[in-house]
Design a protein around this ligand. Structure first.
Ligand SMILES: Cc1cc2nc3c(=O)[nH]c(=O)nc-3n(C[C@H](O)[C@H](O)[C@H](O)COP(=O)(O)OP(=O)(O)OC[C@H]3O[C@@H](n4cnc5c(N)ncnc54)[C@H](O)[C@@H]3O)c2cc1C
Length: 268
């Protein structure tokens, strides 16, 4: 990145994003320097077209860049063949939390998650067979009407602000208060919801899981940068924050015996 720290080109993603963020909050524009790349248009036609369509002249060798959400390290706990705690419900790809990334994403590991684990899952299902289950939510007693939800754009903007590049506990706590409690969200009667309402409801669940997990981890590790705890704390090494049985729990291992063996209560 020109004008920032050229030596940080291959720094971990969160360091690159943090460096851009710090420049941008002081009013500076940030760029990627492509001047050393010969025949850029030929090698990167999609980016070249995107620039042309948006009035960016790449002949100057600089393309404006800004940090963006890139990867989610958490997700539904799954093993390397995609098994989750719910029998016959598989999670593969970015939605899964397999542990291959640890606290930060390793480059191109999404290929491992999506393609290698996906193939293993497909082979397993072909070998063992997979009875079709109806995952329509079983009606439970004490189901509740959907609580009042935030508007989608507001939720997205607040997620970026409170759970984006730098996280401070005050903003996270304030955001957590704006969301319906997870326990309420868990017991919502969803059978009558339309697609958009269902999507917004699921976004609230993800937001709530993320903000509560982020508040629980009182340190900075991997891509998780807390302004009040800017360093790693060795007490948090190897710790996983897992939501199960309606609670955020801190575990020393991603997997426990029951986790992939059919305890359907273990995840939401
Ligand atoms: C800017 C950027 C750059 C990246 N660069 C790299 C890289 O260089 N190397 C690398 O390995 N990884 C990279 N990644 C990460 C990688 O692209 C993702 O991890 C990977 O594409 C995830 O694949 P997936 O199939 O699990 O999920 P997705 O690609 O997100 O696919 C999920 C699909 O489900 C569909 N869907 C969602 N909701 C519903 C619903 N309710 N009903 C039906 N369908 C639904 C979506 O439309 C989508 O098609 C990058 C990501 C980003 C954002």
């Amino acid at each position: 990145m020109k004008g920032v720290h050229p030596q940080l080109d291959l720094a971990p993603r969160h360091i690159t994003a943090y460096t851009l963020f710090k420049k941008r909050v002081t009013g500076h524009e940030t760029y990627i320097d492509i001047s050393a790349i010969q025949q850029f248009e030929k090698k990167f036609p999609t980016i070249a077209k995107l620039c042309a369509d948006n009035g960016v002249d790449i002949q100057h060798g600089l393309i404006p860049v800004a940090p963006g959400s890139h990867f989610l390290m958490g997700g539904i706990i799954a093993d390397d063949i995609g098994r989750t705690s719910i029998p016959n419900l598989y999670a593969v790809g970015e939605v899964a939390c397999t542990g291959v990334h640890g606290a930060n994403r390793l480059a191109s590991n999404s290929l491992l998650e999506g393609i290698a684990f996906g193939q293993k899952m497909a082979h397993t299902i072909l070998q063992t067979g997979c009875k079709q289950y109806n995952f329509t939510v079983i009606h439970k007693a004490h189901q509740q009407a959907i609580p009042s939800l935030l508007a989608k754009e507001h939720l997205q903007q607040t997620m970026m602000h409170a759970l984006g590049i730098i996280r401070n506990p005050q903003d996270m706590q304030q955001f957590a208060k704006q969301l319906p409690p997870l326990q309420t969200l868990q017991h919502v009667e969803i059978s009558g919801l339309g697609q958009q309402e269902l999507e917004l409801y699921m976004m609230h669940i993800v937001a709530s899981l993320m903000v509560n997990a982020a508040l629980t981890r009182k340190e900075t590790r991997g891509a998780h940068i807390r302004s009040d705890k800017p360093n790693k704390d060795r007490l948090w090494a190897q710790r996983w924050i897992i939501f199960e049985h309606g609670q955020m729990k801190v575990r020393n291992t991603l997997y426990e015996y029951h986790q992939t063996r059919g305890n359907a209560q273990a995840i939401l």
